[in-house]
Ligand binder design. Sequence first.
Ligand code: ADP
Ligand code: MG
Length: 241
Amino acid sequence: MGEMLQVRGLTKKFGGFTAVNEVAFDLDEGEILGLIGPNGSGKSTTFNLIAGALPPTAGTITLEGRDITGLVPTRVCHKGVARTYQIPRPFRKLTILENVALAAYFGADGSISREEAWRRAEDALDLTQLPVDGRARVDGLGAAGLKKLELARALATQPRLLLADESLGGLDEKEMDQAADMLSHIREQRGITIIWVEHIMGVLMRVVDRCIVLDHGEIIAAGLPHEVAHDPKVVEVYLGT
Ligand code: ADP
Ligand code: MG
């Protein structure tokens, strides 16, 4: 277990507040792991720690057998990890294609040609079913389109591990189903390993292989989706009792 990622004792304190506490899990290549938990349970902080955006207070992160704990985000990205942000933040004055090509270019630290960046961008737009038309503007995108653009920007860096943060936020039911199918398709087509964060269980449970539930920064349940969904501790957290 854990050939793609091993997380051990991962802890993040902000002053006296512990946002992530002794989190540990393994991830195999090609898996889709659901990371769920109520708002404020430490999901995005966990992503920030894995992606290098925050240094952990304690713990280790091992990617494909190499210790990546404490590396800065660009280094983590070069090692094959990409993440999306819960709140999309595209360059609104640029076209969709330009946004994705920039992500490809800087994701590769400028080590690829511009032509290769465009090629990777077109491929990522294709995967996420966004218009490859070079004139299509970000302003024309709705909530679902912006979420796809986040995904395309991450995919353009050609990751082996994708961290998808709340890909369903602001989507209607049909769009949620499509987003779930898209993540599943990305894994099937490219063999990309995925950790998918949501605060609701919903359609995520249909697509993930395994699920981890966080509450107050700690793992309270882990296992197959149907096991986790019926775990009394999880039910309690989600019913707020
Ligand atoms: P989630 O993504 O599960 O909703 P977060 O990981 O964003 O939760 O946040 C977990 C907890 O850590 C929250 O209580 C949040 O307010 C706190 N937190 C997150 N980032 C910071 C920060 N940079 N400084 C202080 N507290 C933070
Ligand atoms: Mg979050």
